[in-house]
Write a protein that binds this ligand. Structure first.
Ligand code: C2E
Ligand code: CA
Ligand code: CA
Ligand code: CA
Length: 279
């Protein structure tokens, strides 16, 4: 009995150590990824009800020298825990501003909007707002084309502080969207106070449309809520014509999902825009 217990303990210890070793390997890999520019941005088109591309969500990818393309699901969480999300997020914002700069020099791309995912720890930094403002100046971009995506988990903290920070950026032209809406627990009074321009309905509600009646109810309610508050409602994870139809019929005006396109590297995104403009 005693021997079994000790063996079990060693086994657990071994598992914990392996886990810890893998984590610290990931951490040091992430650090060198930043240094060696192994990150890239992909762009997922966002379309209006006429099928015009209005912009894209910016999604980070990691081109790992041994492991290949690593999905953000595998490293963003860890980067948030270690604080590495701060320099990674800064890099994403800078690349995005540079991309907007390039587009704004061409009449056909001038109005394209880019939406960037912002983590809680980024926004919590007191330097966040001044840094974003400085990048807008440095690249001389029209800030109306820059949208920051926040999630509901971000809102449970100090709402006053958050509102002040958002207001400073909104004043400069930046807009905010609430990502994964419906999956968190943000209260409607918070929603009303924050200067948000867009609600993104989470994919988990879209995927069961139109057969599932509770998803139908939630989606209809969110669209009506957004409309009544003067916000744009965008549906993410639209994969089928039937889902798109349902959303259009219920007043949703912007769409993102595999039905239209997966997230694309820049050249493919430009081709996608070219094709939809011709169509
Ligand atoms: P998210 O913000 O909810 O992004 C949407 C995710 O859904 C993306 O996954 C996208 O590829 C995927 N998606 C889009 N359309 C469809 C669809 O029709 N069907 C399905 N099944 N999936 C679809 P991705 O690119 O793997 O990103 C995962 C998450 O990683 C993002 O979720 C976001 O939370 C985070 N993330 C990505 N880039 C960044 C970043 O630059 N900074 C931060 N802080 N987080 C990021
Ligand atoms: Ca997002
Ligand atoms: Ca989302
Ligand atoms: Ca989501």
């Amino acid at each position: 009995q005693g021997v079994a217990a000790v063996a079990m303990m060693f086994m657990l210890l071994h598992i914990l150590q392996t886990d810890a070793a893998e984590r610290s390997e990931l951490d040091s890999d992430l650090r060198s990824a930043l240094r060696e520019e192994q990150f890239a941005l992909h762009y997922q088109p966002q379309l209006d009800s006429n099928g015009q591309v209005v912009g894209a969500e910016v999604l980070i990818r990691w081109q790992h020298p041994q492991r290949g393309l690593v999905s953000p699901a595998e490293f963003i969480g860890r980067a948030e825990k270690t604080g590495l999300i701060i320099p990674i997020g800064r890099w994403v914002l800078r690349q995005t501003c540079a991309q907007l700069r390039a587009w704004q020099d061409h009449p056909a791309c001038r109005d394209l909007r880019l939406a960037v995912n912002i983590s809680q720890n980024q926004l919590r930094q007191s330097s966040f707002v001044p840094e974003v403002l400085a990048m807008i100046e440095e690249y001389g971009i029209d800030a109306r084309c820059l949208e920051l995506e926040l999630t509901e988990t971000l809102i449970v903290q100090d709402v006053d502080d958050l509102t002040r920070k958002m207001a400073k950026l909104v004043e400069r032209g930046v807009s905010f969207s609430l990502d994964d809406f419906g999956t968190g627990f943000s209260s409607l009074s918070h929603l009303k106070r924050l200067p948000l321009s867009t609600l993104k309905i989470d994919r988990s509600f879209i995927c069961d449309l139109p057969a599932d009646s509770s998803s139908e109810t939630i989606v209809r309610t969110v669209i009506a809520l957004g409309q009544s508050m003067g916000m744009t409602v965008i549906a993410e994870g639209v994969e089928t014509e039937a889902q798109h139809r349902f959303l259009v019929d219920h007043g949703c005006t912007q769409f993102q999902g595999y039905l239209f396109s997966k997230p694309l590297p820049l050249p493919a995104f430009m081709t996608f825009i070219g094709n939809t403009v011709q169509a």
